[in-house]
Design a protein around this ligand. Sequence first.
Ligand code: TXA
Ligand code: MG
Length: 320
Amino acid sequence: METQILQADAKSIEIAAALLGSGHLVALPTETVYGLAADACNEIAVAKIFEVKQRPEFNPLIAHVIDYEAAKELVKMTPLAKELMAAFWPGALTLVLQRKENCPVAKLASAGLSTLAIRAPKGEVARAVLQKLGRPFVAPSANPSGRLSPTKANHVADMLAGKIPLILDDGPCRIGVESTIIRADGERPILLRAGGLSVEDIETVTGPLIDGTAPSSDKSGIGKELPHAPGALASHYAPQAPLRLNALNAEPDEGLLGFGNIKGDMNLSAKGDLTEAAANLFSCLHEMDQRFAKIAVARIPEVHLGRAINDRLTRAAHKD
Ligand code: TXA
Ligand code: MG
C-alpha cells in the first residue's frame, strides 16, 4: 500500500474523514502525540489497528470525541467525570468510564472490558476530522508496539509507511507526551497513566488522586491488581463458561466457537480471516457465554492477529 503524507488542510482533512468513514486507518496529529485513527464504531477497522501496530495482545483503545455531548452517548457519566471534563476538556485528559448499554463503539476497542477510555482532543486537526466524520474515532499512538510514540509526521512515516493509506502532517505535536489517564467511574479519581496534563493540575479540581500506576505483571497497563478498586479493574472480559481451546468439535455440553472450516455454533471468520476473527472475538464470546454452559474454541493460527486472539483466549481459559 502506498502511504500519502498530506499537509493538513481543509481538503486533506476531508480525505482523512472519508477514508476513516470507509473503514481505513489514518495517522493524524493530536496535541499530545500522533494517533493511528480508525472509525470507533467499525469492528473491522478497529481490528486493523492491532494488525498494523503488531500488538501481541489486545490493549484497549481511547475513543476520541468532539465534546461532552458526544461522550455521554458512549459512557455512563459520573459527577467526577463531569467535573473533570468541564475543567480540562478539550485537552490531554483521558477518562475511563463504564460503557453505556447501547454504546456503539466496537467491543474490541474496550478489549472486552465493561469500560471505555474517552478523550476530547484539543488539536485542531483532530477536531476537524472528528467534525467531518461525525462520530468518534479510536486512536492509539501511531507507533508499532514497543516503539516510541511519534510526535512528528515523519516519525510515523518511518514506522508505518506502506501500512496505512494516509498520514496527515501538521508539524510537531504541541505537548509531545500522551494524555493523562484517570479512572472516573467511582467517587475517587484513580490515576492510571501520568501524561500531558499534570497530576497537580488535576488535584486542584478533585483533591488527591489514588495512584493506580503501580507496576503490575499485567502488561496491558490496566493495573488489575489495584488494591483500591477490587473487582472493578478485573483485567479483561472473561466468559463465565469454562473455555476449552484448540477444539475440533464440541462435547455434548459445549457450544463450539468455530474458525474457518471448523464451522461451530458461531464462527469467528468462516473464511479464516484473522482480522475479521479479531473484530468478532469479544461479541462472539459474550453471545456464546449467554447461550452455552461451556465453550469450546477452534484452533486459531498463531500468526498476525491470531497471536492476540490466542493471548486473550488463553487468559480467559485460565481465568486470571
Ligand atoms: O495522548 C493520547 O492519549 C494518545 C493520542 C493519540 O490521543 N493516545 C494514546 O493511546 O496514547 P494508546 O493506545 O497508545 O494508550 C492508551 C492507554 C493504554 O495504555 C490502554 O491500556 C489504556 O489507555 N486504556 C484504554 N482503555 C482503557 C480502559 N478501558 N481501562 C483502562 N485503561 C485503558
Ligand atoms: Mg501508545
